[in-house]
Write a protein that binds this ligand. Structure first.
Ligand code: ATP
Ligand code: MG
Length: 503
């Protein structure tokens, strides 16, 4: 047997307390050179907090961090970076209006006669990018490249600066399949060089595809570390949740739907989404499938008036409807829970309570504040229904874990009791347990007579709750599936088909 290599990072006894919350309780983490190590756990389990303690973004309340056999005490992310730990988050934390090269060399530009040596910076950038399999022009603005490329530039920068441990906190949450593959090939190149990579994600298939070992957190405690080759997915999920996940028993029985609620004809927006026809009935879930950039979000935004349509017509229960602002949509009891909670959704400094009642209050008008007791009742009931984990309702929402913020945002729109609820990627960043709950919730809302339009990249999920699925490609509706025709394979075929089959 091979003798065990030494861990590059060994953290022991890490604890972190927030008022009313034990975020981490005596946590141990060992990372070996060349491994991809998954950090798993439900929303709020403590994954991001552990990362922040390791990088010094948060001061820890207890614990020792050993890097290459020597104790380190990072005071902030810059000092942990200098010691060898680089971090990349879901939101790209670079400057998108600078060039790729400037981002790579920010704060350490090569100089010549006191001036920044542009030529050398570009040449070195090319070399660095080539190591990651990218042949992009480093002189271009970072913003001219896709999020996936931007993430890889962020990784390159982090690795160039640190070089021992790379931490990735949900880096693939907004990438499509091919982009995830690209990201994985970058990760493999790095582990081949002996780097240790920590990978946080809620996509278990990605964990199984790329990770060697996993440490699983529950309520701030480590409940196990496993070699992934030696466990089943069921065992991992059971560890994460502390209980067995109920098997999804969705067979596609025919589902009765009600009257037409929203009817769109030749509806579209120039440059964003080509004209299409669509009927959404009460008691119906229309799923929207398509790759990233296929026009799903644009369709959601057009119906909600966030990027209003400029072609075709809409009717609501038969009456003509013009929606040019979200306010008009809300007045017509149409709600949109957006994809990107950071920029379009949460108001970070407001409490969870205020975030939940925000849309309801907006519809009612700001000069007629909702009674306090009513606010309390609404907020409490949704926290309970969606199992939002928090110390109390006064907590500023930015202090919630990512997944719990997502649930609070959903609560905000449910509180308006919409007749049409549009959900754009409702389960992004949400753990497996909450995933199942949201799917069940969609089904429950449907049977109560709500109409739903749900955009998702998760085929299995779409299949589980949709009564009809429209497939988009290149900002165009290219197919629709109903009843027994709905299956993940049929969706993939519709997305991939080069040409529409001729009848
Ligand atoms: N700055 C803070 N102040 C108060 N509580 C916090 C703070 N940061 C995190 N918490 C709490 O600590 C717990 C752990 O949160 P953390 O963000 O680490 O979860 P996570 O495992 O990353 O979850 P997710 O998968 O949803 O991102 C949560 O209960 C969260 O509300
Ligand atoms: Mg997190």
């Amino acid at each position: 047997m091979q003798s065990d290599p030494k861990p590059v990072l060994h953290a022991t006894g890490i604890s972190k307390f927030f008022p009313g919350v034990i975020a981490l309780d005596d946590v141990e983490l060992q990372l070996y050179p060349g491994e991809v190590h998954a950090l798993l756990g439900e929303n709020g389990a403590g994954k991001s907090t552990l990362i922040k303690c390791l990088t010094g973004a948060y001061p820890r309340d207890a614990g020792v961090i050993m890097l290459d056999g020597a104790e380190i005490n990072p005071k902030d992310p810059l000092s942990s970076q200098a010691a060898g730990i680089g971090t990349v988050y879901q939101e790209v934390n670079l400057l998108s209006n600078l060039s790729v090269a400037e981002n790579l060399f920010l704060g350490r530009q090569p100089r010549r006669f006191g001036m920044i040596d542009q030529r050398r910076m570009l040449r070195d950038s090319k070399d660095i990018l080539a190591q990651y399999g990218l042949s992009i022009d480093p002189a271009q603005l970072l913003s001219s490249y896709s999020i996936a490329i931007q993430q890889i530039v962020a990784i390159a920068r982090a690795v160039e600066l640190s070089g021992k441990v790379l931490i990735l906190d949900e880096p693939t949450a907004s990438l499509d399949r091919e982009e995830v593959e690209l990201m994985f090939s970058v990760i493999r190149r790095l582990t081949a060089r002996g780097l240790a990579v920590v990978f946080i994600t809620h996509f278990l298939d990605q964990v199984l595809a790329i990770c060697d070992r996993a440490t699983i957190l529950r309520n701030g405690c480590v409940v196990g570390t496993r070699k992934l080759a030696e466990v089943t997915q069921t065992e991992i999920v059971t560890l994460m949740l502390g209980r067995q996940l109920e098997a999804a028993t969705h067979h596609h029985e025919r589902r009765e739907t009600g009257d037409v609620l929203l009817s769109l004809r030749g509806f579209g927006k120039r440059g964003a989404i080509e004209p299409f026809d669509l009927d959404i009935h009460t008691g119906e879930v229309v799923g929207m499938a398509g790759l990233l950039g296929s026009g799903r979000t644009e369709t959601c935004n057009a119906i909600f008036g966030a990027q209003p349509a400029d072609q075709g017509e809409a009717r609501l229960r038969g009456s003509p409807l013009r929606i040019s602002t979200p306010r008009e949509a809300i007045r017509n009891r149409i709600a949109l829970c957006p994809e990107d909670r950071k920029t379009e959704g949460i108001v970070g400094d407001l409490s969870v309570r205020e975030n939940i009642i925000l849309s309801l209050q907006a519809r009612q008008g700001w000069y007629r504040p909702l009674p306090r007791a009513k606010i309390e009742e609404i907020a409490q009931s949704y926290v309970k229904a969606l199992d939002i984990r928090l110390a109390n309702l006064d907590t500023p929402i930015r202090l919630l874990s990512g997944g719990n913020q997502q649930k609070a945002l959903l609560a905000r729109w449910l509180a308006t009791e919409p007749q049409l609820l549009i959900l754009d990627e409702p389960t992004r960043g949400i753990d497996v347990g909450a995933h199942a709950e949201i799917i069940a919730l969609i089904e429950r809302l449907r049977t109560q007579g709500m109409a739903l339009l749900v955009a998702s990249s998760e085929m299995e999920e779409l299949v589980a709750y949709s009564t009809k699925i429209v497939v988009l490609r290149d900002r165009r509706q290219v197919g629709a599936l109903t009843g027994d025709d709905i299956s993940p394979n049929a969706i993939i075929r519709a997305i991939a088909a080069e040409e529409e089959p001729r009848a």
